[in-house]
Design a protein. Structure first.
Length: 143
């Protein structure tokens, strides 16, 4: 996530910081320490455009985290469940009505992604899907 954000900041010639959804203290400390060692290592430091290590917050206190929760729970999750689970899973989470969400919001979500090419040409960033059953990628979320 930090690498993608760093690339986004570079594309905008800007700087930034990350407020991540808090999990538990030990996991938060582990992530922050890992980012710290990468950012400040002597040989080839990374994340030069990041102003600070990640800050961890609770979504009830941060509007940005609330917006992420809404987009994920009201759009991305239902669309993904309908696209990738239909025919494999039969439960309340797989709703045929989510196809209408995909049709209405899929193109806009696709445009909001930040995708970039790594030095060797591989695409990175954006929404990623792991579909071990159907071997399908994230492009189906946007059609």
């Amino acid at each position: 996530m930090y690498s993608s954000f760093e690339n986004y900041l570079a594309s905008k010639t800007s700087v930034g910081f990350c407020i991540a959804d808090s999990r538990d203290h030990l996991k938060n400390v582990s992530v922050a320490h890992s980012i710290f060692t990468q950012k400040f290592r002597a040989s080839s430091p990374t994340y030069a455009r990041m102003l600070e290590l990640p800050t961890f917050g609770h979504s009830e206190n941060h509007a940005g985290l609330q917006l992420c929760d809404i987009v994920c729970s009201a759009l991305l999750y239902p669309i993904a469940a309908e696209v990738y689970c239909t025919g494999h899973v039969s439960n309340i989470h797989v709703q045929p009505g989510a196809a209408a969400l995909r049709q209405r919001f899929g193109p806009a979500i696709k445009e909001m992604q930040f995708r970039y090419r790594e030095p060797l040409g591989k695409w990175n960033g954006g929404i990623v899907v792991s579909d071990p059953i159907g071997q399908r990628n994230a492009s189906l979320l946007f059609q």
